[in-house]
Design a protein around this ligand. Structure first.
Ligand SMILES: [Fe+2]
Length: 310
């Protein structure tokens, strides 16, 4: 791969700054089925939690803080020479970047990382050399485990003020490829465009849209997505979520582009988690991007509505 096309390989991890760590730890363990481990203190000395989904030492890092939002997204590169080429690209694009501190590397169990911001101010990290966990991943709730592998941990969807600038960031900086676009009308009379980008066989690892008018605090991220192997695991997670007392914000439905069958729940931080199965695997040689109308083929209705999400 040439220097000019250096691209990230997967969404490897996410970091969330959370104000209610005890509830988040219970939500992750008792609803999502992740394994919860105590992490090291972050660079500010704040306690952290590692959430595992597979053999990676963590896929979600929870750090104490008031933001209740995404703090960073980690994108994997193959090795240190790829990281050096990526930094050269950042320099060429005149994007300011910083090397990770020893504490940041230790927190994430990685050997090298640099970080920089997208046009909306969201922090992204590119890294390499993550050591696998020394113990196998075990979930008492998700018998078959999560779908990760070549597709990475899942996807993240940002709500941004300038979608064009964010599209350029996805393509030119991260090196992602356009998967497709959805035109939707989440609020009557308000049409929005959501753009989806892939790094690998997962239909999208990164998506962007504007923030539609809605009450509540403004978050950088609308949701992140975790995938399991079948609909039984999705339905059981929904049951656990309701029993736990965390709101289901969109009922089970199917998206027209990645064909994910999923429900959405509000996390203890207010941002949403999409929990789904059966997402398509994309073959870049034959994939034809297209524009879809409507967020869902069926379902994904809000719990108080009889109308499917469009
Ligand atoms: Fe999603």
């Amino acid at each position: 791969m040439s220097e000019s096309t250096e691209a990230v390989l997967e969404l490897g991890y996410l970091g969330l700054e959370v104000s209610d760590m005890p509830r988040w730890r219970r939500f992750a363990a008792e609803v999502l089925g992740m394994s919860v481990e105590n992490g090291l203190a972050d660079e500010r000395g704040h306690a952290s939690t590692r959430l595992r989904m597979d053999q990676a030492p963590a896929r979600l890092f929870l750090v104490n803080g008031d933001a209740d939002d995404c703090a960073f997204a980690g994108w994997r590169l193959s090795d240190e020479s790829a990281l050096a080429r990526f930094c050269a690209k950042l320099d060429r694009l005149q994007l300011t970047w910083q090397a990770a501190s020893p504490a940041e590397l230790q927190l994430r169990s990685i050997s090298a990382m640099v970080h920089f911001c997208d046009p909306a101010g969201n922090r992204h990290e590119v890294y390499c050399g993550q050591s696998p966990a020394s113990t196998p991943f075990v979930s008492s709730l998700i018998a078959q485990g999560f779908v990760t592998g070549a597709g990475g941990m899942g996807h993240i969807v940002y709500e941004v003020p300038d979608c064009k600038a964010q599209q350029a960031f996805a393509l030119e900086v991260l090196g992602l490829r356009w998967s497709d676009t959805i035109l939707a009308e989440p609020v009557p009379g308000v049409e929005i465009e959501i753009d989806f980008f892939h790094a690998n066989e997962r239909h999208h690892s990164f998506a962007i849209g504007p923030r539609p008018p809605r009450p509540g605090p403004v978050k950088k991220v609308h949701h992140f997505m975790l995938e399991v192997h079948d609909i039984t695991e999705v339905g059981r997670a929904r049951d656990r979520c309701l029993a736990f007392g965390q709101p289901v914000t969109m009922e089970i439905g199917e998206h027209p582009n990645d064909r994910m069958v999923s429900f959405y729940a509000q996390t203890p931080s207010g941002i949403h988690v999409e929990f789904g199965c059966h997402g398509v695997h994309l073959d870049e040689k034959t994939w034809q991007p297209q524009v879809h109308r409507g967020i869902s083929l069926w379902g994904h209705r809000s719990p108080n509505s009889t109308k499917a999400m469009t």
